[in-house]
Design a protein around this ligand. Structure first.
Ligand SMILES: *Cc1c(COP(=O)(O)O)cnc(C)c1O
Length: 382
């Protein structure tokens, strides 16, 4: 089978869990299986189940988190602005606008790919209410500084932790502390529900708002559904969305979570370490800086091609049958978010011209990684 850049690692255990929901339960929407998934994730993170809300995508998680943190009501003009690195999946930006807010594209630090706070400080506006750090390539680098920055400027912190499920920061799991933390469980993330996402909210009011907002803001509908009930006299006082998770997705997610510590995390760490080993001392390329490598469960394997010839190197890998990705085209270069560009972002654009993503997923063998590294060495020497 041809090598893949990334893929879901799912099998009969996930299929059996889905079959159980379909055949034995027969209730496919949001019900007790979602409740159990939330309990499992909460136990994994060490937070109360009431502080988590499982949703249908990571983008939905981010949208609900921004909505809960934003001032004012949805649909009555722009509610405020959010500092966000331009170098992220377009989902981060779309989530901000989906919640009625405005993204402010910020620079990243070229050695880590995480938000540059000195640059962000210059871009703060009167209506800025939050900062959204993105743990690029699973690296929570600078999170303490982000939190101190937020405190200093009176901002909420909405973590885009889509890459960082299972990662540690200072010995604590991402999602076990903070303000609002958002995960993605789409097909290729550290664990998957097929599609899926989850918000952890450390403020009780936010947690309640988000649990309702994912179900069209029908007040306390979550509790009714978890017990197979219905809300007979619904109360709706604000905008909501149809963002809940289904029992089918939750069944997949529960199996994936049970495989994470023993299987997925060590496999991803091992392959990333092997890349470092195989490419140690190779010139014209660099890895991103990750200080506490063992704390990171890498979602993607990014390298910087520093000889100014990334497009040729990428083409040479593609010609050798090696799939290569790009994470990401900076959002300020996308037409819809072009006016998120208060000032140019030269560091981000320079970094983008160097970035290349190599294959990484637990289905790769050591030999696969060695083949990729050999092809990369050849491409760099050409
Ligand atoms: C995957 C991802 C998201 C969105 O998650 P989906 O589940 O795909 O909606 C958001 N931000 C980043 C950085 C991501 O990689």
């Amino acid at each position: 089978m041809a090598m893949r850049l990334s893929r879901s690692i799912v099998g009969t255990a996930e299929a059996d869990a889905v079959a159980r929901v379909i055949v034995e339960d027969g209730y496919l929407g949001m019900g007790s299986e979602v409740q159990r998934f939330e309990e499992d994730v909460a136990a994994f993170l060490g937070v109360p189940p009431a502080s988590v809300a499982a949703v249908n995508t990571g983008t939905a998680a981010l949208t609900l988190a921004v909505d809960a943190a934003a001032p004012g009501a949805f649909g009555q003009g722009v509610r405020g602005s959010v500092l966000v690195p331009s170098l992220t999946f377009v989902a981060s930006f779309q989530a901000i606008t989906a919640a009625g807010c405005r993204p402010i594209a910020c620079e990243v630090l070229p050695d880590t790919g995480t938000i540059d706070l000195e640059d962000a400080a210059k871009r703060i506006q009167k209506d800025t209410f939050a900062i959204m750090p993105v743990f690029y390539a699973s690296n929570p680098w600078g999170l303490d500084e982000v939190c101190a920055f937020a405190k200093e400027h009176g901002l909420r912190v909405i973590e885009d932790a889509a890459h960082a499920f299972g990662c540690l920061h200072d010995g604590k799991k991402i999602g076990s502390f903070g303000d609002l933390v958002c995960f993605s469980f789409d097909g290729i993330k550290n664990i998957t529900c097929g599609e899926g996402g989850l918000v952890v909210a450390f403020n009780e009011q936010d947690a309640r708002t988000i649990q309702d907002a994912r179900l069209l803001s029908v007040s306390k509908d979550t509790q009714a559904r978890f017990h197979g009930g219905r809300t007979w006299d619904p109360s709706v006082t604000r905008q909501g969305w149809r963002f809940h998770m289904s029992n089918i997705m939750a069944a997949i997610g529960r199996v994936q979570l049970s495989r994470f510590e023993q299987e997925f995390a060590p496999a991803r760490k091992h392959l990333a370490a092997l890349y470092r080993e195989e490419l140690a001392g190779v010139e014209q390329m660099q890895f991103l800086r990750t200080d506490a490598r063992d704390d990171i469960v890498p979602h993607i394997q990014v390298v910087r091609v520093t000889n100014g010839r990334m497009p040729e190197v990428r083409q040479s890998l593609l010609d050798a049958g090696i799939p290569v990705g790009v994470h990401y085209k900076p959002n300020h270069l996308l037409a819809y978010f072009g006016d998120a560009q208060a000032a140019p972002l030269p560091v981000t654009e320079q970094l983008f011209a160097q970035l290349m993503t190599l294959p990484l997923h637990p289905g790769l063998s050591d030999q696969d990684v060695k083949d990729v590294c050999a092809a990369l060495r050849t491409a760099l020497q050409a």
